[in-house]
Design a protein around this ligand. Structure first.
Ligand SMILES: *[C@@H]1O[C@H](CO)[C@@H](O)[C@H](O)[C@H]1NC(C)=O
Ligand SMILES: *[C@@H]1O[C@H](CO)[C@@H](O)[C@H](O)[C@H]1NC(C)=O
Ligand SMILES: *[C@@H]1O[C@H](CO)[C@@H](O)[C@H](O)[C@H]1NC(C)=O
Length: 501
């Protein structure tokens, strides 16, 4: 239809030009008038045609636009049917939620390059409390949890009573549970405390009175102001042995009317952070306290070990309840872990997993009469039904344990009637004189006309390199066998392997 529209006006244009040309004749006065009229008509016609062409052009654009809409609609439909594919960087952001600033730094992601405030989720993404907002020092990977008492705060005069001044410390943007989790997965946590005092002793050791103390994450009372020894009242000068009074553990304990100070850092991560500061016996003004942020750095040593408990798994970042294999002694154990309570994970032991690094199984036979040339002759075998692994060298009858573990063996045979008495001995480490050990013996006793049988089943714990071999103990004793009816059998297999040393 479009093509037709385009052709028609061009055709008409040519016809008009032709008719204008053919109507030319000798000019007259009338002719002048006529010529003007004709040229005006031609002008109008040409304008008309230009407009017509413009309309056609617009029409063409409309059709193109309609085509484009159809194609876009089709694309949208296809998008609706296909799964939405996110770009690689988008996926990373969704999947990665650091538990500590150290993890954020270790991720190498560009969004964790510079120090600043970040969301982290120490107790695990999707369980427990929501993410917390902390300061990350990205030069060291240190997580710093701020509080409402970081500036230097004056201690007012409040009298002679112990703890007559108290200041609870509030950690906004976080929860106790998250702080416990942070400490658990960090290598170390610490918090600095500086106290300026005029008089105002922390402790009067003579009287056994604590005028000052702080409360830990559990609310428990603490009177050590530096280090990690929760049993001793001390400040940093007490640890360094350079307090104002050498017989005391804190400068402030000197209790003199001059300005002194104690500066320390509590490093016992299990009980941090400080949740309340308490001071007493304040008879002078001029005292103050400055409490640093809770800082946690590094990765707990337990994070890089092979998991030996649900707690280890939690430290590794697992937080979905379920069955997990862990290491237990020399075996792999199956446990049920419930991480709902974060690091207070509930572990239920299910049983051990029977894992072997390789199959060790054999069943060998002797299908001929086998007579001992000497007393204590090794039994050799001439065929096998099953040989998995290289532990059994059936032609020499030597079994060498390739793994630490528990092995099951069974030997059985038949005596040749009328021959010498048959005595079978099983030796462990037969070729090592000092540790050679008789494991067991058996056999029909005394000469008899009947086929006496011998059967020695045994189960042993062997360490790598231990050997097992079966012997005929009596000279000229004969094991009776036949290719059609094999009667000398020796079987063995690894029952349980020690997966770990
Ligand atoms: C708590 O978060 C707000 C922003 O949500 C921030 O301005 C403030 O500094 C944070 N407080 C501390 C103590 O980190
Ligand atoms: C084993 O010895 C017995 C008795 O001497 C004999 O009858 C038998 O044929 C021997 N078997 C083989 C396989 O040689
Ligand atoms: C095997 O057991 C021995 C002795 O108990 C032990 O010293 C050794 O480390 C164990 N070796 C392996 C690979 O488990």
């Amino acid at each position: 239809m479009l093509l037709q529209c385009k052709i028609v006006p061009h055709f008409m244009w040519i016809v008009l030009l032709l008719s204008a040309a053919s109507s030319q004749h000798i000019p007259s006065a009338d002719d002048g008038q006529q010529f003007r009229e004709k040229s005006e008509a031609l002008l109008i016609m040409s304008r008309l045609h230009r407009m017509e062409a413009q309309i056609l052009d617009q029409e063409l654009r409309l059709v193109n636009a309609a085509d484009e809409i159809v194609s876009l609609k089709k694309q949208i439909q296809q998008l609706g049917q296909q799964p939405v594919v996110l770009s690689a960087t988008h996926e990373k952001v969704i999947a990665f939620s650091p538990r500590t600033c150290q993890e954020a730094l270790d991720s190498g992601l560009p969004e964790y390059k510079t120090s600043g405030m970040y969301w982290i989720d120490p107790d695990g993404l999707g369980i427990g409390d929501g993410a917390i907002y902390v300061f990350c020092d990205m030069t060291t990977g240190t997580t710093a949890v701020g509080h409402d008492s970081e500036s230097t705060i004056s201690i007012p005069k409040c009298g002679a009573d112990p703890g007559c001044y108290s200041r609870p410390i509030v950690y906004p943007n976080t929860t106790i549970r998250q702080l416990r989790a942070l400490a658990e997965i960090s290598f170390q946590c610490y918090q600095s405390i500086q106290v300026n005092c005029v008089g105002a002793p922390f402790t009067d050791e003579g009287l056994g009175v604590d005028y000052a103390w702080w409360n830990d994450i559990n609310g428990d009372v603490r009177n050590f102001w530096s280090g990690d020894d929760e049993t001793a009242h001390t400040c940093q000068c007490g640890i360094d042995g350079n307090c104002i009074r050498t017989d005391l553990k804190c400068n402030c304990d000197a209790n003199v009317a001059v300005s002194l100070s104690d500066i320390g850092q509590v490093t016992l991560k299990r009980i941090l952070p400080v949740t309340q500061l308490n001071f007493g016996k304040i008879s002078y003004t001029g005292g103050s306290h400055t409490l640093g942020k809770l800082q946690c750095a590094g990765k707990s040593n337990a994070v890089d070990v092979m998991p030996m408990s649900c707690l280890d798994l939690w430290r590794h970042g697992y937080n979905l309840k379920g069955f997990y294999p862990i290491r237990k002694d020399t075996k792999i154990q199956f446990v049920y872990c419930d991480f709902t309570l974060g690091q207070n994970v509930v572990q239920t032991e299910i049983g051990y997993v029977d894992v072997k690094t390789e199959p060790i199984e054999f069943y060998v036979q002797s299908t001929t009469n086998f007579t001992a040339a000497i007393a204590d002759q090794r039994i050799e075998y001439n065929t096998f039904k099953l040989l998995r692994g290289t532990a059994m060298d059936y032609q020499t009858g030597l079994f060498t344990a390739p793994k630490n573990g528990t092995y099951v063996f069974a030997f059985s045979g038949l005596d040749l009637p009328g021959s010498n008495e048959l005595l079978i001995n099983v030796y462990k480490n037969d070729d090592k004189i000092l540790i050679k050990e008789l494991i067991g013996s058996g056999g029909p006793v005394g000469g008899t006309a009947n086929h006496g049988t011998v059967a020695i089943p045994f189960v042993l714990r062997l360490t790598l390199g231990d050997t097992i071999r079966v012997y005929i103990g009596t000279a000229s004793g004969t094991l009776y066998s036949d290719p059609k009816r094999p009667m000398t059998h020796f079987t063995g297999f690894l029952l349980e392997e020690d997966i770990f040393p």
